[in-house]
Design a protein around this ligand. Structure first.
Ligand code: 26Q
Length: 818
């Protein structure tokens, strides 16, 4: 007889060595006596995957038996980054593997570098999805993630002569050991066609006769929790041609064309759309959304039907979270299934649907909300358009009873936008059909109330909430900053903070302890060295470790104001150039680091990248400036680059114009790593100030409530002379490319300076000067750094998930007992 423990894979170093070698021989099909780093990585990852699968099966069997209410997190984007180090850490077998590999003559860290970066998303929203999955698994919640398995992830950014070029990210080229293809888990997804009425048991029902069918095949990605055996599933769908419905085309004899047509199906999950508003209303994007939603719902309803017949129980078993409006068609699809396939009556179907859905918005601008042209939707999904019209009709009727004949307000709140082109307002649909709508920070909720969803917040104040975003300390400290991780555990006397991050507050009492300060500085230095080496390899720029590493890494957007940062650097350069030798001795040396991708069609953002390079060329080659100032652009910023950059930063910038960043999550990662923040009071920064204390940060800029008046004043706002001077330098071609930068400079003209760079410039420079003064006093700086980490507890995605679980989803942990 086996004991329970005997059936599990063994994790001692000798068993792991054998296991890796077996995978070299039988999975990778190389000789166990001769294999290179990449092959070793492949074998290693398969060995880890086996252990993931084991836990994942146990979790599934157990949860299936318990049958608790589950949450399904629907998102078009997940930025998972690399999986290997995260997996062994969450499984608790990192040291054993490191040991086993050493015995075989390999180093874990070197093999980890072989892995590509899974970038199936754009930025904040997508990385948030990944952090939330990690927390759901760690906290043993019964949850599934659903998404799309794009063949091309977010484009790779190449810099040529300082210009961004986009290259396809064909990330599956070298295989993906972290996924399991489930050829037998597949669903037909239908598009186009017509709706007809049919008699069913004496009742007229609508029947959708689709014109195209595509198959959705599941690819499962295990998500291990930390310090638990729980492992969740992230199920990503890939589009494949359907065999079921193309008999006819074969029979017409046009064999070659029939085959060619099949290929078209696969384009649906081919490529991730870059976050670019101008891409709204594209048919392929809508097709992706529906493909994803339809496959996920078929899967979810099938699972429900395994042990339930009565759909009234659905809300007790299923919570569906839609990550922004991108998966909002799920609402309509569920209605369609309940009405047309399960034959529920309208009221019952609608009531059930509204109890199941909740909706997170990440948007701050009413103009940024998703719209779909009615014609497009009606062509692709004729039955769904009917249902949307019906939902809207009933909603408008109810609304009239409440607010009367206020036609302006009725038309603003309508799901259908009338006009030359009729549109479906996807956010309105999502609000009407969700029981809870949430923003992603405290100020974001305020913006929803005052600006984005004013009418709806007044109608249903109890529906609107906020859940401040968070990030997982497993990925952002334990995986990416092992030095700091062991330091924290040593001083707290426990590793429990990795699951209970509030314990980080315990560091406060040691913030002035000289021993901790010394060790803290040393850990930072080691990380800075790693980053400096990376910078030198990439750009050939040598940087001094004594300089302050000042970092802004995030997607390039005008509202995020990378341009303000660059203009600040130009100002600093200008000052140094005009300084006496004795004053130069007092300058705090800086390495300014900027990184991020611009959407391919976003012209101004691309010019900002070029400007950064043009300024860097000038500064980095100036003998008067030397080590006092360097500017570097880090190309192709992604999750793995972030893991290297964030731990090595002293200062990080989060400087959006107040009221434009819904939350911001990068700041939280820097904070956990003991970087000081130079920031505006926007998004989550407001809450970080509450936790860390504004005295431990460098806060500047116009406040949220001042912005409207400032914009009103427009041209009468005089930008400071220093600002005019640096803009002039760019305009006059001091950094070359005079014509190219003209339109960029034009955005800064007084009456056009929408993001208020001119207005905020003075206080920005003051905040930068305050950072310089603080850096000179290294004891004080280190204290502030420790206090930053100590105040980061609230910003763990574990806290975020607990809030969603309790207040939005109504789910309980379901922990496998062995
Ligand atoms: C739109 C149209 C067509 C194709 C793609 C898109 C698209 C894709 C992605 C639109 C928006 C996004 C992503 C938005 C996003 O990442 N928002 C950020 O979400 C973070 C997590 O809540 C916040 O911290 C950021 O403040 C917010 O900007």
């Amino acid at each position: 007889m086996f004991g329970l423990m005997d059936v599990f894979l063994k994790n001692d170093s000798v068993s792991l060595q054998k296991d890796i070698l077996d995978h070299v021989e039988y999975t990778v099909a190389r000789s166990r006596f001769s294999f290179d780093d990449f092959e070793a990585y492949q074998a290693l990852s398969h060995s880890i995957r086996d252990r993931l699968i084991e836990r994942w099966h146990d979790t599934h069997l157990y949860v299936k038996k318990q049958d608790p209410k589950r949450v399904y997190f629907l998102s078009l984007e997940f930025l998972m980054g690399r999986s290997m180090t995260n997996s062994v850490i969450n499984l608790g077998i990192r040291d054993q593997y490191a040991d086993a590999l050493n015995q075989l003559g390999f180093e874990f860290e070197v093999l980890a570098e072989q892995e590509g970066d899974a970038a199936l998303g754009n930025g904040g929203l997508a990385r948030l999805s990944a952090c939330l999955m990690d927390s759901l698994a760690t906290l043993d919640y019964p949850a599934w993630g659903y998404g799309l398995r794009y063949q091309y992830g977010l484009f790779r950014q190449i810099i040529l002569d300082g210009f961004q070029l986009e290259q396809p990210d064909y990330w599956l080229n070298f295989g993906n050991p972290w996924e399991i293809e489930r050829v037998h888990v597949s669903y037909s997804v239908k598009f186009y066609g017509t709706v007809e009425e049919e008699d069913l048991d004496g009742e007229r029902t609508k029947v959708w006769i689709p014109g195209e069918t595509v198959e959705a095949v599941a690819y499962d990605n295990p998500i291990p929790g930390y310090g638990t055996r729980s492992a969740l599933n992230l199920r990503l769908w890939a589009a494949k041609p359907s065999d079921k419905y193309d008999m006819e085309s074969y029979n017409t004899g046009d064999y070659i064309n029939a085959i060619m047509n099949r290929q078209k199906a696969e384009t649906i999950s081919n490529v991730l759309y870059p976050d670019d508003r101008s891409y709204q209303g594209k048919e392929l994007r809508l097709k992706q959304q529906y493909f994803f939603v339809s496959a996920s719902l078929q899967d979810i309803i099938r699972r429900f039907k395994d042990n339930h017949q009565n759909f009234d129980e659905l809300p007790d078993k299923v919570a569906l979270q839609i990550n922004d409006t991108h998966p909002a068609l799920a609402i309509v699809e569920l209605m369609r299934m309940l009405l047309d396939e399960e034959h529920l009556d309208w009221n019952r179907a609608f009531e059930i649907t509204c109890k199941i859905f909740s909706f997170t918005t990440h948007t701050v601008e009413p103009g940024g909300l998703e719209k779909v042209p009615v014609d497009l939707l009606g062509h692709l999904l004729p039955r769904h358009l009917q249902i949307i019209y019906e939902i809207n009709y009933k909603f408008m009727e109810e609304l009239k009873k409440i607010i009367g004949q206020d036609y302006d307000r009725l038309s603003r709140m309508s799901i259908i936008e009338e006009g030359a082109v009729k549109n479906v307002r996807v956010a309105n649909l999502s609000i009407v059909c969700s029981h809870t709508v949430n923003g992603v920070s405290k100020v974001h909720l305020q913006l929803l109330k005052e600006r984005v969803f004013k009418d709806f917040c007044e109608l249903w104040p109890q529906k609107f909430h906020y859940k401040t975003n968070g990030v997982t300390q497993r990925r952002w400290v334990v995986v990416s900053n092992p030095n700091l991780c062991s330091l924290i555990s040593k001083w707290l006397g426990t590793e429990s903070w990795i699951r209970n991050v509030d314990l980080l507050g315990g560091l406060r009492q040691y913030a002035t302890d000289p021993d901790l300060q010394r060790e803290w500085k040393m850990a930072k230095k080691v990380n800075k060295l790693r980053l400096a080496e990376y910078i030198e390899t990439l750009s050939g720029v040598k940087v001094s470790l004594d300089a302050m590493f000042d970092v802004q890494v995030k997607r390039i957007h005008e509202y995020k104001r990378q341009l303000l940062n660059i203009l600040g650097v130009i100002h600093r350069f200008d000052c140094i150039k005009n300084m006496s030798a004795s004053d130069k001795g007092k300058v705090v040396p800086r390495v300014c680091i900027i990184g991020g991708k611009a959407a391919p069609g976003y012209d101004i953002a691309k010019k900002i990248i070029k400007l950064c390079h043009a300024v860097a060329d000038k500064i980095n080659n100036d003998a008067d400036v030397g080590d006092l100032l360097k500017l570097v652009f880090i190309p192709d910023y992604n999750v793995s680059v972030a893991e290297l950059v964030i731990p090595g930063s002293d200062l990080s910038q989060h400087i959006s114009t107040a009221g434009h960043e819904a939350s911001g999550t990068g700041s939280m990662k820097f904070l956990m790593n003991g970087c000081l923040l130079l920031a505006t009071a926007d998004g989550s920064t407001v809450e970080i100030m509450e936790e860390v204390g504004a005295e431990n940060m460098f806060i500047f800029g116009a406040k949220l409530d001042e912005i409207p008046a400032l914009r009103e004043k427009g041209a009468s706002l005089k930008a400071p002379l220093q600002f005019a001077r640096v803009v002039r330098m760019v305009r006059d071609g001091y950094f070359g490319f005079e014509d190219y930068f003209k339109s960029l400079c034009d955005t800064l003209e007084e009456e056009k300076d929408f993001y208020l760079l001119g207005y905020d410039f003075t206080s920005y420079l003051e905040a930068q000067a305050a950072a310089d003064r603080a850096f000179v006093d290294q004891e004080k700086w280190t204290q502030m750094s420790i206090l930053s980490t100590a105040g980061a507890g609230k910003f763990s995605s574990d806290r975020t998930i607990e809030e969603y679980a309790k207040h939005t989803w109504g789910i309980e942990p379901c922990k496998c007992p062995f």
